[in-house]
Design a protein around this ligand. Structure first.
Ligand code: 13P
Length: 267
């Protein structure tokens, strides 16, 4: 049986000034019991402007730093962009890639997403690759096709570090809607993603890649999401901005330290 550690990622999106970021980390820490947190990997992904503040605030605390996107080149004339080298420099360990908000609002295609995956891995950053269908795609029965396509395009030629990839299944319609996917929908999608990962990367690597669920995750639904087969953790949006809610999510995750593999995917 492959043991995959629980991974909970807070995506702050475009929220929090520097003093607010410092306060959020402090409030979260005050609410959490450090030994209990040892069983969960917790990643905070603030906006670029707060990365160095959060990097300082989490020193000696059980959190890792993540960014929300990166450029695929290391440096150059790319006004407004931030590279993997720069993120590494700030102490980032993870970076979100291909979030549906970036695909929708900033025109990120699967080709761009693939370049970002390569760049992240090249700099030793673990990319959290977001994939997910729109509501129309679900209604027209294209969910599995979309997931397979996004996955295979993003993982093309990413090289030998592919085992460091994290996948986040984020159905677009569940993001920020207050309407999480159902247990059955999450189960079906994660199983499909695991099958694709094993087909693309081989049994060993395909079984080791964590798959997170994201989309309206709260303390009220995390307890039913984590026990689903092939759900290794969560990518949390709005609830991570509230220290009480995020602390509850982390506490529930730390009380549920094992992820469950589907019987057909033994190690
Ligand atoms: P919400 O949790 O606000 O639905 O956002 C999910 C998300 O987009 C995380 O990346």
């Amino acid at each position: 049986m492959v043991q995959r550690r629980r991974l909970i990622v807070g995506n702050w999106k475009m929220h929090k000034t520097i003093p607010e970021a410092r306060e959020l980390v402090q409030e979260l820490t005050d609410l959490l019991d450090a030994p209990a947190m040892a069983s969960v990997t917790t990643v905070l992904a603030p906006p670029f402007t707060a990365l160095s503040t959060v990097a300082l605030a989490i020193q000696g605390r059980p959190y890792l730093l993540g960014a929300q996107t990166l450029h695929w080149e290391d440096q150059g004339a790319f006004t407004g962009e931030v590279s993997g080298v720069m993120l590494k420099d700030l102490g980032c360990r993870y970076v979100i890639v291909g979030h549906s908000e970036r695909r929708r609002c900033f025109g990120e295609t699967d080709v761009i997403v693939q370049k970002k995956m390569v760049a992240a891995l090249r700099h030793g950053l673990r990319p959290i690759l977001c994939i997910g269908e729109t509501w129309d795609q679900r209604l027209s029965d294209h969910t599995e096709r979309i997931l397979s396509l996004q996955l295979s395009e993003a993982l093309t030629d990413v090289g030998k570090e592919v085992g460091d990839v994290v996948i986040a299944y984020e159905p677009v319609w569940a993001i920020g809607s207050g309407r999480s996917a159902t247990v059955a929908q999450v189960h079906e999608a994660h199983l499909h993603i695991r099958t694709q990962l094993v087909a693309l990367l081989g049994q060993d690597t395909g079984a080791q890649v964590p798959i997170l669920y994201g989309g309206s995750v709260t303390p009220d639904n995390i307890g039913e999401l984590l026990p689903i087969h092939e759900v290794d953790g969560a990518l949390v949006g709005s609830a991570c901005l509230n220290p009480v809610l995020f602390a509850k999510i982390l506490q529930i995750a730390s009380a549920s330290p094992e992820s469950y593999q589907h019987p057909s995917f033994p190690a």
